[in-house]
Each structure stands twice: as structure tokens, then as C-alpha cells.
Design a protein around this ligand. Structure first.
Ligand code: ATP
Ligand code: MG
Length: 570
């Protein structure tokens, strides 16, 4: 391809609202343009990289036994009503009506669509396993669409769904996808970790998130340097921390004027924070009050709390009137003497002795609280509900955990029979008995993968692509394209490279050399071949490696061979 025929508008300034470097650079390098909040057009360079990522995904999905299909974006409400998710999906789902008033959604995901497709078609265990995927736009009306392609409202996703006859089969499909994801993100050149994840709204069995490590990432992950443990902070299952046993003192109520935070009460009573019990009050859609208690120095993990409450799909901060109606007051809550609430106590709290907790009345706390003695065991749920923190003991090996941030680029789930049961999708097994499919689902955000690659690979001058996903692998730049000799020389090398299968661009624009070099660095082609008057004189061709900034000189006859070798290393 020649640059004079390429639509690649580069810019000096980034959009005012862009916070992330990937967003700024994709805009400046002419990869994307915004149409509305979270909705983008991809320009030729951006789409080339997207297509390369999609090609890698296709190859790996196909080699893992996947078959590509294409399902509708516009999905009838009925299938979502049947699964029960029309009501629970909430405002993130983009809904519309046709001219007859019938309701539809723009697909945020496709479990309903594929399950209803399969249930009417696949009748026998002999047709299983079946792994079907598509690469398509998804729609989610995200609360805060920000960060360019990282969290958009319309985005390209690869989603594969597996159908198996039993749990063993499902686990094999899961492992195939896990391994394929590992290969995909390696081929994209990402630094990533598969981390144990919560299943979120999709529900079901086990799950991993493939997380690209980046300080700008929205996910927080806990990992162990000593063993292979890695989990999202939402999921990390934690060990109970035991306190040293103490002689039990009698429970006592004390006045704590205006001490409605842990910080205030600990200072007022002069106790270490690990000796305090903190409360967080939630409510669900049915306005049930849910009180969660953790040690003062710990934080409540909302997802773990929600998983303890049957039938809860969302949690909100509780309204004060609910807390008061249950016989307590905000800032002074405890499980002692409260009745009308679902009370969930972190397992570590149950190991405390002589601690401080609210007295369920304004300006008062209990001291010498020993949960095992003072909490009514029949009225509380004891569970691991705290948020992981740096230094927590690794649940696998006990060594202190580290925390890092990352970008979820893909996720694999086992769904079990969740959707096949809800949507009545059955097949006949070997014994002629009807059974529900065992399913799995597996997503990759294509645009988010491109953005994550930029987050990990950039410098002050621009993007630094891995050659597998670069819009072009090599750019050939005659410094002065008005000079016919230079241009002809460059064209010759360009043709040879193209013939050898290199994805190459000839920058034949009649711009100043400085402008072209700046663009090359901004766009981030892995290799730049420069043709200058010196090249014509000496017969030596200069090659610049974008990542290291290194320059090399190759004899004319060796250029193509050496570039092919160099590309293998990038
Ligand atoms: P998140 O937690 O970041 O909102 P999710 O867990 O809801 O994502 P999945 O349903 O697992 O997302 O979707 C599969 C993949 O699609 C994600 O791993 C991510 O790469 C991508 N993705 C999800 N939401 C968006 C979005 N709003 N913009 C761009 N990519 C997205
Ligand atoms: Mg996810």
C-alpha cells in the first residue's frame, strides 16, 4: 500500500476528554474517530489492526474446533424474557421497539440467542461437542463510557459458546478455550495473566479473566509471586485471619458521641483498628436490608456479599429509613440485638476477642465484643466477604499477596445448565434420555485488546506495535519523494518486501522528512526503512527499530533477508 492512497489523518492534539494514553494515541495516529460517547468509527489503520487481531482470534478459535457463524444484533425481547434476563439486565441493555411496538434489544451478549438457536436444531449427543463463535458488534449502555475503545457502548467482541453432553465435556471445552486464549494474547504480544474471576451477571461455574497488566487498568488483581495464584480482587477467596486468644471481658455499652466512623471511634476509645468491627448497609431490589460486617481495617467485597444473599441481583447502599426500621442507626450498627435484616459477618470477625462494635443506637458502641459469644449464631450468615488487600496471606501457599492493576481483555466461563434449563434446550443422550446441554461462553474484546496493547507499548513519540498486530509491519520512507531516483529505489525495496509476504507501506508522500518520521513513530510501525541521498551513494540501507530506537545498516542485496530475520524478533 502507498501512503498517498491511504487515509491516515494524524493529529498533534488529542481530544480534551481523553484520559488514557491509548485513547489519545489512537485518536492522534488516525485509528479512530468518535461519533458519540462510547461510539467510534475505525479509520483504515485502526481497522487494519482490528482485522489482524480478529484473524489471530479466528485462527485460534478454528484450531480449537470452533466454527464461525453470525447471529443477529437485534434480538427479540421474548428470548430474554424466557431466560429471565430482560428484567435483570437493567439500563445497560439498549432496547428498542419496531413499528408494531414489539420490543427488541441490541445484543449485549448472545447466550439467549445461541441457546434458542441450538435447542431447535441440535437433537443428539452425536452432534456434540459444538463450539460456535462470531465476531460482531455488541451494545452495552455503559454508565460511564470512557477511555476510548477500552469501555465503549458499541464494541467488537468475539464470543464463542460451547455445548457439551456432560460436565466432563464442558470442562474439556473450557480448557481448550483457556489454552486458545493463552495463545491469542501471546501472539498479540500482551503481558497478561489469567486470573480466577467472579462470574458476574452471567452466573454459573468457574471462570478466568485474561488480564493485561497495566497501571491504567480498571481491574485490580491479587497474585502470588511464590505460586501461580492470581485472582481478581472481586473473587479472591481469603483465609480466615485468627487473632491471638484473650481472656473474655464482659460486654459493655459506652457512649461515643459523634463517632460515626471507624476512624473516629478508634481514636475516641483509643483502640487499634484491628479491634474494631465495621458495618456496611446494603439493600437489594426488594428493599431487603443487608448488613455486612468486617474488621475495621478490612473492606467489604460487595460481590461476595451479594453471593451470600439468595435472589439478590444488585446491591445498593441502604436507605437510612430501612436501617432505622430495623432498629439501628447509620454509623452505629452491629449484629447484637438487631432483627429485621440479613446479617452477614466476615469469617475473620468471628475470630475476634474484646472488640468494638456499634450498639444500634446513636452515639453508643459496645466494647468487649466477642462475636462467638455475643452474636446470635442463628441470625447471622458467616462467610468470607472481605476484599483482598496487599499482604493478605495467599489462599494457596500462605505467602503475602501482591496487588496490581490490569485490563480484562477476555473472559472464559463455564455456564453449566443455567441457560439450557432456563430456555429448555435439550438433546437425547446415549440412552435415549433427554438432557440439558452443558454450556460455556468465552468472550474477547477486540478493540479493548488493541487499546491494551497500546497501554503496554508506547513512548513519548507514539505507539510501538508488536509486528503481529501492527497496521503495517514495515514502512519504507524515501526522505524526499520528489526525488525520482529516491522514490524509484524505495519502490523497488517496497516491491521486494511485498513479494516476500511482508505487510509493507511505502510512504511516498511529498512531505518533509521530519513530518514523515514523526508520523512513523506516532503510528508505531515496527520497522522503518529509510532511503536517503546517502543510501543512493553508499548502497547501504538504513533500518530503524521502533521499539529500541536502534539504527542498522544493511547492504542493498541483504535488505529483504535481514528485514525478514529482524521481524521474527519483534
Ligand atoms: P467489564 O467488567 O470490563 O465491564 P465484562 O466482564 O462485562 O467487562 P464480558 O461480558 O466478559 O465483559 O465481555 C467479554 C469481553 O468483552 C471483555 O473481556 C472485554 O474485553 C470486552 N468488553 C466488555 N465490555 C466492553 C466495553 N464496554 N467496551 C469494550 N470492550 C468490552
Ligand atoms: Mg468479563
Amino acid at each position: 500500500m502507498k501512503a498517498t492512497q491511504l487515509y491516515a489523518p494524524t493529529l498533534r492534539e488529542s481530544p480534551a476528554e481523553a484520559e488514557l494514553i491509548s485513547h489519545k494515541l489512537m485518536f492522534r495516529a488516525g485509528f479512530i474517530r468518535k461519533a458519540a460517547g462510547g461510539i467510534y468509527s475505525y479509520l483504515p489503520l485502526g481497522w487494519r489492526t482490528m482485522k489482524k487481531i480478529m484473524q489471530i482470534i479466528r485462527e485460534e478459535m478454528d484450531s480449537a474446533g470452533g466454527q464461525e457463524i453470525m447471529m443477529p444484533i437485534v434480538q427479540p425481547a421474548e428470548i430474554w424474557q424466557e431466560s429471565g434476563r430482560w428484567a435483570v439486565y437493567g439500563p445497560e441493555m439498549m432496547r428498542l421497539k419496531d413499528r408494531h411496538g414489539r420490543e427488541f434489544a441490541l445484543g449485549p451478549t448472545h447466550e439467549e440467542m445461541i441457546t434458542t438457536l441450538i435447542r431447535d436444531e441440535v437433537k443428539s449427543y452425536k452432534q456434540l461437542p459444538l463450539l460456535l463463535y462470531q465476531i460482531q458488534n455488541k451494545y452495552r449502555d455503559e454508565r460511564r463510557p470512557r477511555f476510548g475503545l477500552m469501555r465503549s457502548r458499541e464494541f467488537v467482541m468475539k464470543d464463542l459458546y460451547s455445548f457439551d453432553k456432560d460436565v466432563d465435556g464442558m470442562n474439556i471445552s473450557y480448557q481448550k478455550m483457556y489454552d486458545a486464549y493463552d495463545r491469542i494474547f501471546k501472539r498479540c504480544g500482551l503481558k497478561f495473566r489469567p486470573v480466577e474471576a467472579d462470574n458476574g451477571a452471567i452466573g454459573g461455574g468457574h471462570s478466568h479473566e485474561f488480564t493485561a497488566l497495566a497501571s491504567s487498568g480498571e481491574s485490580s488483581i491479587a497474585y502470588c509471586e511464590n505460586c501461580d495464584f492470581a485472582a481478581s480482587d472481586e473473587k479472591a477467596e481469603l483465609k480466615i485471619i485468627k487473632s491471638a486468644p484473650e481472656e473474655l471481658k464482659p460486654l459493655e455499652k459506652v457512649q461515643t458521641p459523634a463517632c460515626h466512623t471507624i476512624e473516629l471511634v478508634k481514636n475516641f476509645l483509643n483502640v487499634p483498628i484491628e479491634k474494631t468491627i465495621k458495618a456496611v448497609a446494603f439493600m437489594d431490589d426488594d428493599e431487603r436490608l443487608i448488613l455486612a460486617f468486617v474488621r475495621g481495617d478490612h473492606d467489604v467485597n460487595e460481590i461476595k456479599v451479594m453471593n451470600c444473599v439468595e435472589g439478590a441481583n444488585h446491591l445498593y447502599m441502604a436507605e437510612e429509613k430501612l436501617i432505622n426500621a430495623a432498629g439501628s442507626c447509620a454509623g452505629f450498627m452491629s449484629p447484637i440485638g438487631i432483627s429485621d435484616a440479613i446479617i452477614i459477618v466476615d469469617a475473620t470477625v468471628m475470630e475476634m476477642y474484646n472488640a468494638v462494635a456499634g450498639a444500634n443506637e446513636i452515639d453508643a458502641h459496645f466494647i468487649n465484643v466477642t462475636p462467638k459469644r455475643d452474636f446470635n449464631a442463628e441470625k447471622i450468615i458467616v462467610a468470607d466477604i472481605r476484599m483482598v488487600q496487599e499482604g493478605d496471606p495467599c489462599p494457596k501457599c500462605g505467602k503475602p499477596l501482591k496487588m496490581t492493576r490490569g485490563i480484562e481483555v477476555g473472559q472464559v466461563f463455564t455456564l453449566g445448565k443455567k441457560y439450557s434449563e432456563a430456555l429448555n434446550a435439550k438433546f437425547l443422550d446415549e440412552d435415549g434420555k433427554e438432557r440439558f446441554f452443558e454450556m460455556g461462553c468465552y468472550g474477547i474484546g477486540v478493540g479493548r485488546t488493541m487499546a491494551a496493547a497500546i497501554e503496554q507499548n508506547n513512548d513519548a513519540d507514539g505507539i510501538i506495535w508488536n509486528k503481529n498486530i501492527a497496521p503495517f509491519e514495515v514502512v519504507v520512507v524515501p526522505v524526499n519523494a520528489k526525488d525520482d531516483k529516491q522514490l524509484a529505489y524505495a519502490e523497488e525495496i517496497y516491491n521486494e518486501l511485498a513479494k516476500s509476504g511482508v505487510d509493507v507501506l511505502l510512504d511516498d508522500r511529498k512531505e518533509r522528512a521530519g513530518v514523515k518520521f514523526k508520523d512513523c513513530d506516532l503510528i508505531g510501525y515496527p520497522l522503518r526503512v529509510t532511503i536517503s541521498p546517502k543510501t543512493l551513494e553508499s548502497g547501504n540501507v538504513e533500518v530503524k527499530i521502533r521499539r529500541s530506537g536502534e539504527f542498522m545498516n544493511f547492504a542493498r542485496a541483504e535488505v529483504v533477508k535481514n528485514i525478514l530475520e529482524l521481524l521474527k524478533t519483534l
